[in-house]
Design a protein around this ligand. Structure first.
Ligand code: PMP
Length: 329
């Protein structure tokens, strides 16, 4: 019989899927590493597992313990899966502006969600930061993964995502392209691929316009999960050779094309990463192999990127998603 003991055992070993439609006119091979095949639907399942394993090893988390993390999205789902596997209580602290479908997913997994007032400064006792710190102090056996500083985030990608890409391309990958949020994905995966290839693999970070990593003025943007306004400890910028900076409009248009043309229903940061990958691939010869990481599923964005009204209300064109007329209509 072939089966696993728990769904959390299915983290990792996601497939590479060739992009064949959005790559028209490009000679190089572009392969998407589709992270929504993880059981929680994103690359964050990988870091959740490695962070919890390390916390148990270091005696920071044990029987009867509680995982407390400020997160509204994919990291929460990944942590929920591991918490369910191992019997931990989970409390996620979420600014109330994020309340909605993504937070309902956390509740569906049985997590407790503490909503905090979005409109107070960070040092206010009601803020996201203050409340999560207080809960960690007050709940006995509480452990805070802190994905922006925990070295076991990038380590998960060094020990899994990187080796999987090397194995599945028979060591022929020439370029890695990934969006940068906490930086965990690009730091761990990029470091592994550079080491194993004797530094021939080029590592390209993709960043939203307005984020700090690629320089330029820091301001707001709509793509979720990538970019920052500070430099987190989970990111080692030395791993990255160069950056591509992508606007929300380009990211969202590509996200919609990936669904309609490639059958890949993915999130906005995936569209962003593919825009960066195609810019890189355009100038490469036919024997180049570009691997681009697609971090999460598109189902969490149906009421945003895939909603024509939301797109128009936010100043984006929605033309890629209008129904195509058949020959008789
Ligand atoms: N895309 C999405 C949707 C994410 O949630 C994240 C994680 N913040 C990323 C991309 C970026 O990954 P990383 O944090 O490893 O840089």
């Amino acid at each position: 019989m072939r089966y696993v003991r728990h769904v959390a055992d299915l983290v990792g070993n996601t497939p590479l899927v060739e992009l064949t439609r959005v790559t028209a006119g490009i000679a190089a091979t572009v392969l998407a590493k589709v992270e929504y095949f993880n059981p929680g639907g994103s690359a964050k399942d990988r870091i959740a597992r490695s962070i919890v394993d390390a916390a148990e090893r270091d005696g920071l988390l044990g029987p009867g313990g509680t995982i407390v993390e400020p997160t509204s999205g994919n990291t929460g789902v990944g942590l929920a899966l591991v918490a369910l596997e191992r019997g931990y209580r989970m409390v996620f602290v979420v600014p109330d502006k994020f309340d909605g479908e993504k937070v309902d997913v956390l509740r569906a997994y049985g997590a407790e969600v503490v909503l905090t007032d979005t409109n107070v400064p960070p040092d206010d006792p009601r803020s996201y930061y203050s409340v999560s710190d207080r809960l960690v102090r007050e709940i006995p056996g509480a452990f805070k993964p802190n994905q922006f500083a925990n070295p076991n985030g990038p380590r998960a990608h060094y020990t899994s995502t990187g080796p999987e890409i090397w194995r599945d391309t028979d060591g022929r990958v020439t370029h890695l392209v990934a969006g940068v949020g906490t930086g965990g994905t690009i730091t761990g995966t990029g470091r592994y691929l550079r080491e194993v290839s004797h530094d021939t693999v080029r590592v390209v970070g993709v960043d939203p316009v307005g984020s700090i990593y690629s320089g330029g003025p820091v301001h707001g943007y709509r793509v979720e999960g990538v970019g920052e306004d500070f430099w987190p400890e989970s990111f080692d910028p030395a791993v990255v050779h160069s950056y591509e900076t992508v606007s929300d409009a380009e990211s969202f248009a590509m996200t919609r094309r990936l669904a309609r043309e490639e059958g890949l229903l993915v999130g906005g940061s995936s569209g962003m990463a593919v825009v960066g990958a195609l810019r890189v691939a355009r100038d490469l010869p036919a024997d180049a192999i570009v691997v681009v990481v697609l971090p999460d599923h598109g189902r969490g964005y149906l009421s945003k990127i895939f909603d024509d009204d939301w797109m128009r209300r936010n100043g984006f064109t929605a033309s890629e998603n209008t129904p195509r007329k058949g020959p008789h209509s």
